[in-house]
Design a protein around this ligand. Sequence first.
Ligand code: G3P
Ligand code: MG
Length: 348
Amino acid sequence: LEAPSSPLSPSTVADSFVYAFDIDGVLVRGGKAIPEAIQAMRVLNGENKYGIHVPHIFLTNGGGKTEEERCRDLSRQLLQDIKPGQFICGHTPMREMAERYGTVLVIGGEGEKCREVAEGYGFKDVVTPGDIIKHDSATTPFRKLTPEEHANSRVRDFDEVTIDAVFVFADSRDWAGDIQIMLDLAMSKGGRLSTRSETFDEGPPFYFSHNDVVWSAAHEHVRLGMGALRRMFEVTFNDLTKNKGKVNTHAFGKPQVPTFEFASRLMKQWRHTEHGISQAPKTVYFVGDTPESDIRGTNAVNKKAQNDWYSILVKTGVYQEGTEPAYKPRVTVDNVLDAVNHGIEREM
Ligand code: G3P
Ligand code: MG
């Protein structure tokens, strides 16, 4: 254990282990904290019988807002001050691609928020579906821009624009319109909307911030997620091109190992700047509700990493008690409070 540093004193900071949390279905559901989550955060922050503070980060596939804004939301929900230095959402690792492309189409989220996020990451020229519909309202027959969307959308002559890549930052709010525009681009000659390829293999690359087919929201049953949008897009593309075309799609987020490696780097930085700890943790406890994303990814990174990535599955989200998870966690517990207590007891 390391000496406490202000402002966390008088509790002692655990230096050999760390926690990483999924958000939806673990800490939050439908915009509200899962009841045990607030107590779990208190326990991590020193309200445990050992008086230790356990460093922790958050790794969600969700997104659609800046990391700062998401942290403000989460701080309010969990009654704890959460900082961007301990937070990764689905699109955070996409910032490393800002230099690679000139003009990009950004899809998903509310209003202009995803454009703001992309510009904040340093993407130079960011287009939205609204810009395309403003240019040609026949693009999406049943989707009309609201006066506010019309005002926010930018005027461009898309006959002259080449879209170099498409980034799906957050869940689509208009699946039909967004899939239509994505298909137009996938079937274009090199990202020029007004063109049609003869070979259907020269569209821009498509990057999805995650691949979750379902996720845990307020409804008692899981809800469709971005992975479902990706499937609909790919299947329809294959139908339209009679399986002759080729669409180039990639997913970020969990369960991709690079996302967990990104989390590992953030964790290193956070433990160093916030707690003055420089050695790597022996154990990383990852708490998630989705076997296909959280448990699969944690187990995969565990095979590669020097330290022990210990997967904990909770029963408050996608995973349903009595079913067999497709990827097996090291332990299954009822909720996030049990997950936190499990790790602390195992360590102390
Ligand atoms: O859209 C968000 C969802 O797919 C999953 O979020 O926090 O469970 O990774 P999370
Ligand atoms: Mg989840």
